[in-house]
Design a protein around this ligand. Sequence first.
Ligand code: ZN
Length: 474
Amino acid sequence: MIRFTVSLVIGLAIVVAAAIWLSDRPGQIAIEWQGWLIELSVGRFVLAAAVILTILIFLYGLVRAIGGAPRKLRDKRRKSRREKGYRALTHGMVAVAAGDPNEANRHARRADILLNEPPLTMLLSAQAAQLNGDEDAAAQYFKDMLDRPETAFLGVRGLLMQAQKNNDRPMVLHYAERACQLQPKTPWVLTTMFDLQVAEGRWRPALATMEEAVKRGALTADEARQRRATVLLGCSREAEDEGNAADALRYARRANTLAPDFLPAVLRTVDLMVASGKERPASRIIHNAWVRTPHPELARIYGCIGIGDDLLKRVRRFERLLSFNPDHPESHIALADAAMAAELWGEARNHLEHAAGEEPSARVCRMMAELEERVGENPEALRTWLLRSAGAPPDAAWICDDCGAAWDNWSPRCGDCGALGTQNWQPPTRARGISLGLGLSGDAEEEPLLLGDEIVDEPVDDASAAAQGYRTRS
Ligand SMILES: [Zn+2]
């Protein structure tokens, strides 16, 4: 309207200026049309034309203003509806955050009616249904969201979370894969996929997902470094299960190169190397590892090298192994074992005594008992060692840092709690407690497991465990 008025004033000003200009330049205009003759001075003609034009412009504006009124009214009403709808949506979200299901539901319905935009209100309706404990209704809303490209991802996320809550692993995997198709670069999708792949033992896809997660910032480089070697060992197992020994060794070596002090990687690498006839490089790796991390499994694999050798030659090789870490009890136990196999009773006894020290472990006690049994000269000593083995400090095992379960063999993922890369070779500690193969596990810190009147000190070797009624898992 203002624009119209301004144009009118400017128009009139131009007309007046033109009239003045023309009055200074007089003349006549004659119009003859259909027998009519109109004669006018130029000034009057221009004035008449200007008046007619002005009236026409005014009439046009008036008609437009009257004709557009209903539309403007409609627009105003629509705008007000949308504002009310968004307000209801906001109140609904606040109600969801506050955990008020009735309010959330009321506002969700109101927003749905006012906005008539299902993509905006579906999520609120689903959340309101969840707050009401109506998971079926929520699932239906999430499924409806799947049909619209703009809400499909939100729908998948809702359904995935429902499946996780219900512990429905196949559906979790299904929706995680769907989420991955929709938004393959979303951090939480990648970490969820990784956890699921690890849980399913799909190590090679897990490795690829992990690398993508690092690239997308879902995992820090530090977190990835710790997990990578573990996942690579999982890949190695997966390849071995498929009969692909070369790939199995390749993955193990990669893990070993990434983390040279990571004992499970050393063990798996040398085990696979010895199995594929690569005994010399395997020996070298064992010698190097023995300096830092002597381990019974490492000794067992070392014993498999040169299987055709005579027993005395085998003892000489274990003497060499001992030379890499001469003070460690594990070196003496390994050599004693080889000496016993060669029936060198004196040498075996010497090294077992060296390994025993002040407080022999259950394993050393058992080996001593075996020695006495095989020599057969001192039944009393045999009995004493057997008794001592039952009360001896427990040997180390693969203990899960998360749940405390003890295992004979390392695995990438704890078979009890499912944690990744949490098993460490260590003596069980009094503080943590272990799961006992009796279906008991966890919470050992708060409630130490009791046998008789004593706190279980987590013995892990078979004999003492058997003596005390529990065992490690294998
Ligand atoms: Zn565990």
